[in-house]
Design a protein around this ligand. Sequence first.
Ligand SMILES: Nc1ncnc2c1ncn2[C@@H]1O[C@H](COP(=O)(O)OP(=O)(O)OP(=O)(O)O)[C@@H](O)[C@H]1O
Ligand SMILES: [Mg+2]
Length: 324
Amino acid sequence: MKGFLKGKRLGIFGKGGAGKSTVTVLLANALAARGYGVIVLDADSTNEGIHRALGLQRAPRPLLDHFGGMVFSGGAVTCPVDDPTPLPGADISLREIGSKYYAVSANGVVVFSAGKVSTMGAGAGCDGPVSKIVRDVRITGLVPEPITLIDFKAGFEDVARGVITSVDIALVVVDPSVAALMMAVRMKHTVELMKAGQRPATGHLDNPQLVDFANRLFREARIQDVRVILNRVNGAPTESYLRRELLKERIEPIGVLPENHRIAEAWLKGNSLTVENIGLGGVVDALEAMNTMHREIDAAQPTTQSFIEKEPTNDKRTGYTRPQ
Ligand SMILES: Nc1ncnc2c1ncn2[C@@H]1O[C@H](COP(=O)(O)OP(=O)(O)OP(=O)(O)O)[C@@H](O)[C@H]1O
Ligand SMILES: [Mg+2]
């Protein structure tokens, strides 16, 4: 167990059906086997089965209920695009929140669900409030400080809503399809632009304080890196093709999962996803190795770039005072 990964938030992204939930579960198990504390946050409002793949009988109650429901159906949680301000009470401990909002697997992985829209009925809302919960919620007081794996909904929407600002490392799952390759490339470019200082769209915000806050979120974004994991690879020619295409964008995958009928069967039957000889231990090695890589990059940069002037803060995490 290495210190670098503790407290990190890893977002698992990818096109629909690429294998995000599969990678989340296998990586959670691989990290737990190495002694890490692991939280899985189910951020996919359309997801139904991840708790079963983690070997759990029941799904945790969605955090959206704890935070008072979404604004679109009369609740408290707003959409981060219309209202980028922080989610009130986002730092929560297991003791405070109560056991109905989480479940713990046999290997100690703590599982949360951000919110489900499928239970709300037609016309009841949208995914924005779920995204805000995913962006802001922090589980405090766990020792060792856990790694949080966030199983995102398919596509780019959560990135576009700015949720990526609170993710340290984005893992993109690439299945053998051009759409999945494009997603990896887009994610890499998006993060490069953010790190180069790109600001979010704020044309729809008429309150200057909100504009300032949206900009600050991006300026202080945690996102450091994008990494790629190949999934459903059915042979050497497919793997070589995917690697060649990614290399054109200077992307080197950190893990490869084969096409495996036992993975498909576990999802079909709602069984726990433990497949002998298939795991993501190598991905844990690669993630731990990022520690040294970052140090080398830091050492190569002029020291002045390590100091970012912080504006005076009111909110303990974000420096934001909500407009009255
Ligand atoms: N390595 C694999 N071998 C065989 N089948 C796989 C593999 N990975 C995923 N699958 C199949 O693809 C389906 C989708 O996988 P998974 O749910 O992990 O993808 P996802 O990206 O989370 O999908 P969604 O976009 O719906 O959230 C699974 O139900 C399973 O049948
Ligand atoms: Mg999924």
